[in-house]
Design a protein around this ligand. Structure first.
Ligand code: G6P
Length: 591
């Protein structure tokens, strides 16, 4: 949801800014812009994806050793060049980039207009550059002007500001939107997340809310909003630059799917940490998961596992709906937040509320992300950076952590643990079906709707399969609990609506299979996902087969891989870039 970078280096910054901002494009691709300082503000910006704008404007062709850059996912103001960041003040002496939303921008804008400021965009952001201008006109230096400005802002922001008056520095500020500092011998950096600066440095400082940063080539000063200096620890990132590159694959999404067998192993290596965290939990009699998107579907698998294997009452709440349920929390509830980014605004808001009453655990992929500073306990999912907007490998890593958690919540369930290690071996074989899935995909490029049905643990698999389809193919996909289909959606079924039937071996197999028969006898076109020793499935033409050791309890971990590939290849056949689906962003840092 918008990405920002800034750096002050011992060389021209624009080429570095361009490379860095490309790695943040997954946060938004409505527009891109860069500005640098020399004796003036030099700015290039335009609507569209980075490579499109770069072809037209040659974005790296800007002088100056201090600069900032932005990719935008539009909230206030259409995705146009006029609304693209950076935004300048009236005299073009100040330039800023911003990620977040300024809630009180309308009032501020009106006051500034009354004072004579002229606005050029429809964004909430532009008030910030004019406020800084106003304070600098009162002889405040850049840092003080930003300090006064942030005290007037209500809302969320990660900011980077440059000015011709002090051309060798960037002032940054963070409140409720992610921002990190990178330090290197060639200069210093600010960025929305670590992927942006992996090529430049591994040394980072994680910022907290209501902190100001003064960045020069040789120095980083971090202060509170009263300008008191703060001591912050420099940490070393373990991710590498290669992890955030395509590595020969056509798309990040395909690369990330191929990494899943490795990710399963990496996440399993968290077993001993999960075991020790479980020992620290206070007494609780209820679990409540809170998440959004794909992480919500991982949470639903958690609910089925915990309720059916342990018998503990469990709820799953969408983070954006959390407010309606908060009164049910108490000190006997364990609230588990699942989030890949650790920055989803709704999830962050929910954890703050939950912390007041309950013990909280975050299962998160990005080290140092905002949620890690809110939760009582943190489990890292070890998936490495995920760049494709549609979550794939991080879903698998979340599930592995949830299964491990369930194994230890149920007194070290040896049987479940052994099965998980077996799954890790079986996952390698799955990718050999890729060509077959590609062929199946070719038959479904022109359909308008898809149903995905599954039962029990695999009802969430159906929901997640349908979500992947919607996200990257723009085909309407609907996940349904197999037994529910006849209570409505069956009326829609005909040969034009394909149905993905998830029927792994296990106690639910026969009931789900019966539901598929009901569809078949009404002319439905079914893609069966089931065991390679299931005679009824073997005789079907349209099928994806799995090792029978993957029973219904474990199927959420591996059947989903085929559904991710199916969505990926339908997307390719339809000529869509699956890494950058329209209207979506990977990290949703606004409510
Ligand atoms: C966005 C992403 C999804 C993700 C969801 C939740 O919508 O496009 O892939 O599942 O946010 O994100 P989180 O980082 O909290 O898991």
């Amino acid at each position: 949801m918008c990405g920002i970078v800034g750096c002050v280096l011992d060389k021209k910054v624009a080429p570095t800014l361009l490379e860095s901002i490309k790695t943040l494009e997954y946060r938004g691709y409505d527009s891109v812009g860069l500005s640098t300082v020399t004796d003036k503000i030099n700015i290039k910006k335009g609507k569209g994806k980075i490579h499109e704008v770069d072809e037209k404007l040659d974005l790296a062709d800007l002088d100056g050793n201090t600069g900032i850059a932005h990719v935008r996912w539009a909230t206030h103001g259409n995705p146009t060049t006029k609304n693209a960041h950076p935004h300048n003040d009236c005299k073009n002496e100040i330039s800023i980039v911003h990620n977040g939303i300024i809630g009180n921008y309308k009032d501020l804008k009106q006051d500034l207009i009354n004072e004579g400021h002229v606005f050029k965009s429809d964004t909430d952001t532009e008030v910030i550059s004019h406020l800084i201008e106003k304070y600098m006109a009162k002889n405040e230096n850049l840092l003080e002007a930003v300090q006064k400005t942030v005290k007037e802002l209500k809302g969320s922001y990660a900011l980077a500001v440059i000015s011709t008056k002090e051309p060798d520095k960037i002032i940054g500020a963070r409140n409720e939107s992610p921002l990190i500092v990178g330090v290197s011998e060639h200069g210093n950096y600010l960025a929305s997340d670590a992927t942006a600066i992996l090529k430049e440095t591994k040394k980072v400082i994680y910022l907290d809310n209501k902190e100001l940063i003064e960045l020069t080539k040789d120095n980083v000063k971090i202060m509170d909003y009263d300008l008191n200096p703060l001591e912050k620890k420099i940490e070393t990132i373990t991710w590498t630059a290669e992890m955030a590159e395509k590595g020969g694959y056509d798309h990040f999404m395909l690369k990330e799917i191929h990494e899943e067998p490795m990710v399963i192993k990496e996440s399993l290596s968290e077993e001993s940490k999960i075991k020790s965290i479980v020992r620290k939990f206070k007494n609780f009699n209820r679990i409540c998961f809170v998440a959004c998107g794909t992480s919500y579907h991982a949470s639903l698998v958690g609910e089925y596992l915990i309720e059916s294997l342990i018998g503990k009452p469990t709820d799953v709440i969408l983070a954006s709906e959390f407010d309606y349920f908060k009164k049910t929390l108490d000190d006997h509830t364990l609230v588990i937040f699942i989030t890949q980014s650790g920055e989803t605004a709704d999830t962050l808001e929910a954890i703050k509320i939950a912390n007041e009453k309950s013990e909280t655990l975050a299962i998160v992929n990005v080290v140092g992300s905002s949620i890690t500073r809110e939760a009582d306990h943190v489990i890292y999912t070890r998936a490495g950076p995920e760049i494709g907007v549609a979550a794939t490998k991080t879903y698998l890593s979340q599930l592995i952590c949830i299964y491990l958690l369930v194994a230890y919540l149920s007194d070290e369930n040896e049987e479940l643990l052994n099965k998980l290690y077996e799954i890790s071996e079986l996952s390698e074989q799955l990718l050999s079906k890729e060509e077959q899935i590609r062929e199946i995909a070719k038959n479904y490029t022109d359909v308008n709707d898809f149903f995905y049905i599954g039962r029990g643990f695999n009802y969430p698999t159906a929901l997640e399969g349908a979500l992947k389809l919607k996200e990257i193919t723009y085909i309407h996909g609907e996940g349904y609990a197999a037994g529910e289909l006849k209570h409505g959606p069956l009326a829609l079924i005909d040969e034009n609506i394909p149905v993905v039937g998830i029927v792994p071996p296990g106690p639910s197999r026969n009931d789900t299979y019966t539901n598929l028969k009901e569809i078949e006898s009404r002319g439905g076109d079914i893609i069966y996902l089931g065991a390679n020793n299931d005679p009824s499935i073997l005789e079907k033409e349209n099928k994806l087969l799995f090792d029978p050791r993957i029973d219904e309890t474990l199927a959420p971990l591996l059947y989903i891989i085929d559904l991710q590939l199916l969505a990926y290849y339908i997307s390719i056949e339809r000529g869509i870039d699956p890494d950058k689906p329209k209207n979506l962003a990977k990290s949703v840092t606004v409510k």
